[in-house]
Design a protein around this ligand. Structure first.
Ligand code: ZN
Length: 290
């Protein structure tokens, strides 16, 4: 089976050092394995997304030599596809309507772990959310983090469609990965807790299981999360910055410890790094001073 990976940014800001790291790791892992690398724009949270950011992310990836295969998929173009899936789940009673407000959930202590209050409710008031009925999930072996247990208490029934009509991230990601035949995920550890939910949905939908590698978060020298100001600023696109930022990202990923003897060209540098890519060298913690 051919390796198929993807990079799935949300266009809520420009490509920055952190997202470059994720993009680069998923690109190198795919290319090292002779695979395809796809780009997907996760823009369901429309109020926070901006086409200017999407354009900027895509042109920056190109400038850095991170050329994707196939057509870019944009989630906001797929509402009918997501609706088809959640309607099917509702029809098969694998999902149900829920009209609980945030205040209701809080009063019942069910904010973080839904109590199935609406599972067999007859008269649900509109607008209602759609919740996925979790019946099964499975532990998995992360290529970087090792064996992952199911979180204590298990996975609770999560939202597929919000009361305000927004498609939830979990549903879109699972459907898109399936439709794009993705079989390898390399992404940040901030999404690790979402993985067991996505696997529960994949199992119910009879989708194939994927392999995962969750990259460590980049932390400041003192172990704190990096502030927006230091980390979320757009990366520069002049030739010198491109080379330096790629080198920095490769070093953070534990890949190149010394400067390669190649010209200062991103294509040659990526080619060099692709041949030498070894995911086991990615450190457990990435700390930075810049
Ligand atoms: Zn409810």
């Amino acid at each position: 089976m051919q390796y198929r990976g993807r990079f799935a940014p949300s266009p809520t800001g420009p490509l920055h050092q952190g997202s470059l790291l994720t993009a680069l790791a998923s690109y190198l892992d795919a290319k090292h394995h002779g695979g395809k690398w796809l780009v997907r724009i996760e823009d369901l949270d429309r109020p926070r997304c901006d086409y200017a950011h999407e354009h900027s992310i895509l042109t920056t990836l190109e400038a850095y030599g991170l050329e994707w295969d196939e057509t870019v998929l944009r989630q906001s173009d797929q509402p009918e596809r997501y609706e088809e899936i959640y309607q099917g789940l509702l029809n098969r009673k694998e999902a149900y309507l829920c009209d609980c407000s945030r205040a209701d959930l809080k009063n019942r202590g069910a904010l973080n772990h839904y109590d199935r209050f609406c599972l067999n409710k007859q008269n649900v008031s509109q607008p209602a959310a759609i919740r996925f009925k979790v019946t099964q999930t499975s532990p998995f072996e992360d290529r970087l983090l090792g064996q992952q247990a199911i979180s204590s208490g298990g996975v609770s029934d999560f939202i597929l469609l919000r009361r305000d009509g927004f498609i939830a991230y979990q549903l879109a990601v699972v459907v898109d990965d399936y439709d794009q035949n993705i079989n390898q995920i390399v992404r940040g550890s901030d999404l690790l807790l979402e993985t067991e939910k996505q696997r529960a949905l994949q199992l119910t939908l009879n989708y194939p299981m994927l392999e995962y590698a969750h990259l460590p978060l980049v932390l400041a020298e003192d172990g704190q999360k990096l502030s927006k100001q230091t980390f979320a600023t757009a990366i520069k696109r002049d030739a010198k910055s491109i080379y330096e930022n790629l080198m920095l990202a490769l070093q953070r990923l534990g890949q190149l410890t010394e400067e390669p003897e190649t010209p200062d060209d991103p294509v040659n540098l990526l080619d060099y790094a692709t041949k030498r890519w070894d995911i086991s060298k990615v450190p457990k913690v990435i700390k930075t001073t810049t």
